[in-house]
Write a protein that binds this ligand. Structure first.
Ligand SMILES: Nc1ncnc2c1ncn2[C@@H]1O[C@H](COP(=O)(O)OP(=O)(O)OP(=O)(O)O)[C@@H](O)[C@H]1O
Length: 776
């Protein structure tokens, strides 16, 4: 059955060499009870460990059923121990955190025997050793003899052919010893039993054969056996512990150390808690900043005007040196030099309209078209305007007189490229009436305190005194009429055009449109001033319609025919005044300003890049220059927030690493504490990998637990944090834990702790089984 051939095992410690096995040759029968006697330190245990595959011989050979073990790999030894060998130790070596049945089942659990079969065989083995009454007790509720019976049950549960016992009665009184010996004697009827003992009487009383050992050599053999030639018919089934078994094993172990586990989990979760809170806060602050930014955007668009200011053209040379020249140099002022006329062509407008929709909320194109407005006041029609300029001031400037007379002024609100009215709905609240629906609907914009520019009302022909309070009803539904150029101006015999005085007549003309105030609106946000000035606001659509009606009117045609002469006054004009007049009359469809509202600060950069691309390669005169008001506010806030978050996360990460180190230490202690258990598991056939798995499972449970616990604490912490922040800053719901962050943090905690625990786990796996079993 078993044969040792010239087995040598020397231990070298320092200069001394211990010959634990010194050329041992012996053979065993298939069924016999062999007792090995000998003085302490003679090498008995070493021989038993070599036979059981727990220890390796240096030279010689161990034949199992005729099969040489010289070429055995670790996995073969593991399988051999699991399939063929049962061990019984002096100190029982039961796994105390498992139940009796689980202990007995362990060998079968390791080799993947199905649960029901396992349970049945374990119970049979326990009945066999006489423990049918005590099966459901805990290990620490048993007597020494009973514990040894459990150990014997574990050794025979999977019915091995070889049973190895190392001083099985060494810790028991004589009566119990006899009972155990009798039990082993019975078991030897079915298998080979090799027992190491110090007790010659027991050996002689129960054993069939006695081998005396001294100085690593067999001195005497009472009943030697010579193994005949045998065919190699030895087969091994490899063992494999499932992840689930590893998890269960670790879980039961962790449960026996509840206090320590809780403290570990708590301490390791501190890193996760701090990172989660930092993320939750920065998340919330970022949201607040985004909101503020987006509000700021609404009042600070990128503006492209007909005349821009090219700051790069400013020389900024204010020399301090006095000139010695005796001449005067005529020079343009810096501001004049910087003045740049933008050629806002249709091509450019289309280019702007093609900005990817995701980057912009709105694009407002304003045309400087005048509107001939009249309104019935006290039964009579008179001219009115949407302007905010003072109607009582004595302006001599013809352009502003024209502006007042023709109704240029007021604010134009943008309409989305798809024609939808989202701008007003997003940023403005209706406090009376409704949002405008059609091009002929106009609104009154009031300030946060419901005040409105008095000039706007006066220009509409409403007689009002400063600080006078007007009912909403009085203003909503006010109507104003826009008259087409052809109805508004009459041609004099001189060829000049003048406004007709018959306003009542104009009111009923077919081309006259009625505009109606549909509502009074006010900016929604506390923090923003809004885009629209207080006063009248109308849609960009309305200007387009007016432009369409007037572009081919008589007065426009006549003005175009005499470009250097004002068609109304007969005065000569320079090109730019002429251009202004033509625009006012509706003869030029060039926009006066284009305003682009980026969606966010970041998108603004995309928009600016897009606009810069247009200018690339163009000569100075063809370039279109924009003004970026929001640029001065810049992305500073966003960058700052990111920086703060990174710094805080770095600090929090330090605590995470600390917890990782702590988990390694705890796993390491656990490895030390469980050294004996590792030995037992190995004796039962556990592979290195199974041992690593058991400890990895433990760190997995700890890491995952710490992650979950950390997230739970961080989530609960957001409530008091938010209430404090709300009190201090007035901001509500700042700390918001992003579920994605929560999941990632649990993963991070699990992965980091597994990493931290992996090295001790590997150390555990590498432990020598024989040494592990010798440890106390
Ligand atoms: N890992 C080891 N390193 C060094 N020496 C060892 C090691 N294991 C055992 N020895 C030595 O080998 C010798 C044989 O030890 P072994 O445990 O086999 O003796 P034993 O006969 O079983 O003794 P006891 O009856 O006291 O248990 C002893 O001198 C022991 O010190």
């Amino acid at each position: 059955m078993l044969e040792l051939k010239h087995i040598k095992k020397y231990y070298h410690v320092g200069d001394t060499v211990t010959k634990a096995q010194d050329d041992v040759s012996v053979a065993f029968r298939e069924k016999e009870f062999v007792a090995i006697l000998g003085p302490s330190g003679s090498g008995k245990t070493t021989m038993l460990n070599i036979i059981g595959g727990l220890d390796r011989y240096d030279s010689g050979d161990l034949l199992i059923k005729g099969k040489s073990t010289k070429g055995f790999k670790d996995a073969d030894w593991d399988a051999y121990r699991n399939n063929s060998v049962g061990f019984i130790f002096q100190s029982y070596n039961l796994i105390s955190h498992l139940g009796i049945i689980e202990n007995v089942e362990m060998g079968m659990t390791l080799s993947g025997v199905p649960a029901a079969t396992r349970r049945q065989k374990a119970e049979e083995a326990l009945i066999r050793v006489g423990l049918n009454q005590h099966m459901h007790k805990k290990i620490n509720q048993l007597s020494g003899g009973q514990m040894q019976r459990v150990a014997i049950a574990r050794a025979i549960a999977s019915d091995p052919e070889i049973l190895l016992a190392d001083e099985p009665t060494g810790a028991l009184d004589s009566e119990t010893s006899n009972e155990i010996m009798q039990l082993i004697k019975d078991l030897s009827k079915e298998r080979l039993v090799i027992m190491v003992t110090h007790n010659p009487e027991l050996a002689h009383q129960y054993a069939d054969r006695i081998i005396e050992f001294a100085d690593g050599k067999i001195q005497n053999d009472s009943h030697p056996h010579i193994e005949g030639a045998k065919a190699d018919n030895f087969k091994l089934t490899r063992t494999k512990m499932s992840y689930w078994t590893a998890l269960k094993l670790s879980w039961t172990n962790i449960r026996t150390k509840k206090g320590r586990t809780f403290l570990t989990v708590f301490a390791s979760s501190i890193g996760i808690i701090s990172i989660a809170i930092v993320l939750a806060l920065s998340n919330g602050f970022q949201k607040q900043i985004d909101k503020t930014q987006s509000e700021a955007m609404s009042s600070m668009p990128i503006t492209i005007s007909q005349v821009g200011s090219d700051t790069s053209a400013m020389t900024g040379t204010t020399t301090k040196k006095f000139s010695k020249a005796d001449t005067v140099t005529a020079e343009k002022s810096d501001a004049d030099k910087a003045q740049h006329v933008n050629k806002i062509t249709n091509k450019y407008i289309n280019y702007v309209k093609d900005i990817p929709a995701k980057y912009t909320k709105n694009i407002a194109i304003t045309y400087g078209t005048g509107m001939n407005l009249i309104r019935q006041v006290d039964g009579k029609y008179k001219t009115v305007s949407f302007s905010n300029s003072n109607p009582d001031s004595q302006t001599v400037d013809t352009a502003s007189m024209m502006a007042n007379a023709t109704g240029v002024g007021g604010s134009v609100y943008p309409i989305n490229s798809d024609g939808k009215q989202t701008f007003l709905k997003t940023y403005y609240k209706v406090i009376a009436g409704n949002y405008p629906k059609s091009a002929t609907d106009i609104v009154l914009v009031v300030n946060k305190d419901n005040s409105i520019n008095i000039n706007a009302l006066k220009n509409l022909g409403i007689s009002v005194k400063e600080n006078e309070k007007l009912d909403f009803d009085k203003l909503v539904s006010t109507t104003v009429k826009v008259v087409a150029n052809n109805d508004y101006y009459t041609k004099l015999p001189t060829g000049n055009f003048v406004p007709d005085n018959n306003y009542d007549g104009m009111a009923t003309k077919a081309n006259t449109k009625t505009l109606r105030v549909t509502g009074i609106i006010r900016v929604k946000s506390k923090n923003s001033d809004g885009l629209l000035a207080s006063g009248v606001a109308y849609s960009s659509q309305l200007t387009k319609e007016v432009l369409n009606t007037n572009k081919d009117s008589e007065i426009v045609k006549a003005q175009k025919a005499t470009p250097t002469k004002n068609i109304m006054t007969g005065q000569t004009m320079d090109a730019s005044t002429a251009n202004g007049l033509l625009t006012m009359l509706g003869g030029s469809s060039k926009p006066t300003t284009i305003q682009i509202y980026p969606t966010t600060f970041k998108d603004k950069d995309h928009v600016l890049n897009y606009l810069d691309k247009y200018n690339k390669g163009k000569n100075k005169n063809d370039k279109v220059i924009y003004t970026d008001l929001a640029g001065t506010v810049s992305d500073m806030t966003g960058g700052l927030m990111d920086a703060i978050t990174y710094v805080l996360i770095a600090f929090a990460a330090i605590s995470l690493i600390t917890s990782m180190i702590m988990i390694s230490i705890i796993t390491y202690t656990s490895v030390i504490e469980r050294t004996k258990e590792i030995g037992v598991l190995k004796a039962l056939g556990a592979r290195k990998r199974d041992i690593t798995r058991v400890f990895n499972a433990e760190t997995f449970i700890l890491g995952f637990g710490a992650g979950l616990f950390g997230i739970a604490v961080a989530y609960l912490a957001t409530f008091p944090i938010n209430s404090v922040l709300a009190n201090v800053t007035g901001l509500n719901g700042v700390a918001v834990l992003n579920p994605m962050h929560a999941i990632v943090l649990v993963l991070v905690s699990t992965v980091l702790t597994i990493l931290g625990g992996h090295i001790p786990a590997r150390m555990a796996a590498k432990k020598d089984a024989a040494i592990a079993l010798r440890s106390e």
